[in-house]
Design a protein around this ligand. Structure first.
Ligand SMILES: Nc1nc2c(ncn2[C@@H]2O[C@H](COP(=O)(O)OP(=O)(O)OP(=O)(O)O)[C@@H](O)[C@H]2O)c(=O)[nH]1
Ligand SMILES: [Mg+2]
Ligand SMILES: [Zn+2]
Length: 294
């Protein structure tokens, strides 16, 4: 049976790029299961398919995934570029941290991309963001599609990798993609001045090939991102700057919350660990604990 990869999904159709590079429009047949769990095919999935006519077919099986994100929905990516605007919409660290936690859980390589640099007058604002994430050691690229700044640096990080662009609506994911792949023609939309947000211009996940090898996925902007299904243990590992502190906490399996002798809490107090990140950590932890309680 021929195989291929799902590169786009729109209202029940899966567009499968077959091994000979042809794109077949497929429906999915039956219910797929891994480890007894029902699954739905995702963009990025490696599948087998059967022809049902000219350029048409059905997906007949889905291979086990190396990674799986549900928001945005995509399988088998190795790297996440978390895209955040510096301005329009204004920079927000809380949604960024939420997405970072999801990407950490899937063990993705992470890059933070700060867009719309051309709109920033106070460069100290950028320094503050870099400082906030310095201990976590995420690579940070600042870009502008107006001046072209940072694009080469970003391209270097994308080379040969399968990467997903993720971030709020209006931060400039599709604009970046158009800049990198001028032929890709992703639709871009203005940010609403009234509500200060994007208009959810991109409606589907699409995986595109890069010129120098690798693939890149544009995705719709998300707004609410919960931590459903994540455990408190997983959360403690999702903040990489806490790893070296963990062994100094008095209690094994410390959640860095109310436990005495917590090295993370002391690190925050001493100014070694970022306070805002820690606030977000505690917020996420309480969300997870609430969910378990009900
Ligand atoms: N000044 C400036 N504007 C930018 C830059 N990048 C994107 N924009 C603008 O930001 C707006 C939103 O861009 P999009 O690329 O549609 O944003 P998106 O993240 O794809 O949004 P969704 O598809 O809704 O998730 C558009 O008006 C772009 O022209 C930039 O580097 N500088
Ligand atoms: Mg878009
Ligand atoms: Zn602790």
């Amino acid at each position: 049976m021929p195989s291929g990869q799902i590169i786009k999904a729109i209202s029940g159709f899966f567009y499968v790029k077959s091994d000979d590079r042809e794109v077949i429009q497929c429906r999915a047949r039956g219910i797929f299961k891994f480890e007894k769990k029902k699954i739905k095919p995702l963009v990025g999935d490696l599948v087998t398919w059967e022809s049902t006519g000219l350029d048409q077919g059905v997906v007949t099986s889905v291979q086990p995934r190396s990674t799986e994100l549900l928001r945005p929905p995509i399988a088998n990516v190795e790297q996440a570029v978390v895209v955040c605007a510096l301005r329009e919409p204004k920079f927000q660290s809380l949604p960024l941290d939420r997405f970072l936690v999801h990407a950490e859980k899937e063990k993705l390589r992470i890059v933070i991309c700060l867009t719309k640099k051309d709109l920033v007058e106070q460069l100290e604002d950028i320094e503050m963001i870099k400082e906030m994430y310095s201990k976590a050691d995420y690579p940070i690229v600042t870009t502008s599609i107006r001046t072209g700044e940072g694009i080469d640096e970003l391209l270097e990080m994308l080379k040969g990798e399968t990467t997903v662009f993720a971030g709020l609506s209006g931060v400039g994911k599709s604009s970046l993609l158009n800049h990198i792949l001028p032929d890709s023609n992703q639709q871009v939309g203005a940010v609403s001045e009234k509500i200060g947000r994007g208009r959810h211009t991109t409606r589907q996940v699409e995986l595109l090939p890069l010129k120098d090898g690798g693939q890149i996925a544009d995705t719709p902007g998300f707004s609410q991102l919960g931590l459903q299904g994540m455990t408190a243990e997983e959360l403690t590992y999702a903040f990489p700057e806490y790893h070296t502190y963990l062994e100094s906490c008095r209690f094994r399996g410390c959640y860095h919350q109310n436990e005495p002798g917590c090295a993370v809490k002391e690190g925050v107090k001493a100014g070694e660990l970022n306070e805002k990140r820690y606030e977000h950590y505690l917020l996420f932890l309480s969300e997870i604990q609430q969910e378990r309680r009900y």
